[in-house]
Ligand binder design. Structure first.
Ligand code: ATR
Length: 276
């Protein structure tokens, strides 16, 4: 019997998840049906309930429902707890298992696809919202030399740095600061703010880009964002957006649901938007 999955959001038309999961199902020979589900604002629980009642096995969750999914879940994985948000659910009887694969997807893209190891590197992450929360523990697990979180609202960066430091038992130094205080250069600079969605530029000093560094925008499909443009103008040659992260978080969810890991190469090629 065909197993049913869906991505739920509002809006949902833009979602690449059905394309990605259908491609994964094809190459792994899995019999699944994966659709888009538009839920009205305030109608998350009802829409998920109906999907489960009709035999749905799992869901991806996108904006604006990641917090609703957090509240709806019966069993939250540590990744979801740290992120404070859920992007994948698995339904088994009365249980709703919930995960957040964004951070692990990001790290997999950095390390395996872009061949940019984190171990021993100095990492700068811009922003202190959900995207940064999700990325922190998977990044720390790679044993970087140091992680600095930079944010317009400095207190948020410092709180998040303290939280990450505690979760990670203080093995890696994590500091939070404002943009004006970024005085050093970093090997990996990650833009996890929402600035690229509105074509805005975080006030990052260009001295933050070390020679040979990787500049990575977690946003997907926006081409050369103001952040990536700044990096390029500052002489950075290794630029990437979040297309690989999108594909890798999907692969994590697919493996979690189906027990088989799909290769992401073809999917990434297919959905890449040139950085121009
Ligand atoms: P998400 O869940 O996508 O991370 P969020 O929780 O609203 O979204 O967080 C957005 C992050 O982007 C915040 O860190 C925000 O900075 P503030 O906390 O100071 O508001 C950051 N951000 C948004 N627009 C920005 C801009 N133009 N320049 C710098 N940072 C920006």
């Amino acid at each position: 019997m065909t197993d049913r999955y869906a991505v739920i959001g509002n809006p949902i038309e833009q979602s690449k998840s059905p394309l990605i999961h259908s491609a994964f199902a094809q190459v792994t020979g899995q019999d699944i049906d994966y659709t888009k589900l538009l839920a009205p604002l305030g109608g998350f629980a009802q829409a998920v309930g109906a999907f489960r009642a009709a035999g749905g096995r799992g869901m991806n969750v996108t904006a604006p429902f990641k917090l609703d999914a957090f509240a709806y879940a019966t069993d939250l994985a540590p990744s979801a707890q740290m992120a404070g948000a859920v992007n994948a659910m698995k339904f088994e009887g009365d249980k709703v298992y919930a995960e957040n694969f964004d951070g692990v997807g990001l790290v997999r893209d950095l390390v395996h696809n872009l061949l940019c190891p984190i171990q021993g590197r100095r990492v700068l992450i811009l922003g202190s919202g959900g995207a940064t929360r999700g990325a922190l523990l998977p990044l720390l697990a790679e044993a970087p030399a140091e992680v600095v979180i930079v944010n317009r609202t400095v207190a948020k960066a410092q709180e998040l740095a303290d939280l990450a430091h505690r979760h990670h038992n203080g093995r890696v130094t994590v500091r939070g600061m404002g943009y004006a205080d970024v005085g050093e250069a970093f090997d990996v600079v990650l833009n996890a703010t929402s600035a690229s969605l509105t074509a805005e530029l975080p006030p990052l000093p260009v001295s933050a880009f070390a020679l040979g560094c990787l500049a990575y925008d977690l946003t997907y499909g926006k081409g050369l964002t103001p952040f990536l443009k700044l990096a390029r103008q500052s002489g950075v040659t290794r630029l990437a957006d979040g297309v690989g992260m999108l594909a890798e978080q999907a692969a994590e969810a697919f493996e979690w649901w189906r027990g088989v890991r799909p290769d992401t190469t073809a999917v990434i090629e297919r959905i890449t938007v040139p950085l121009a």
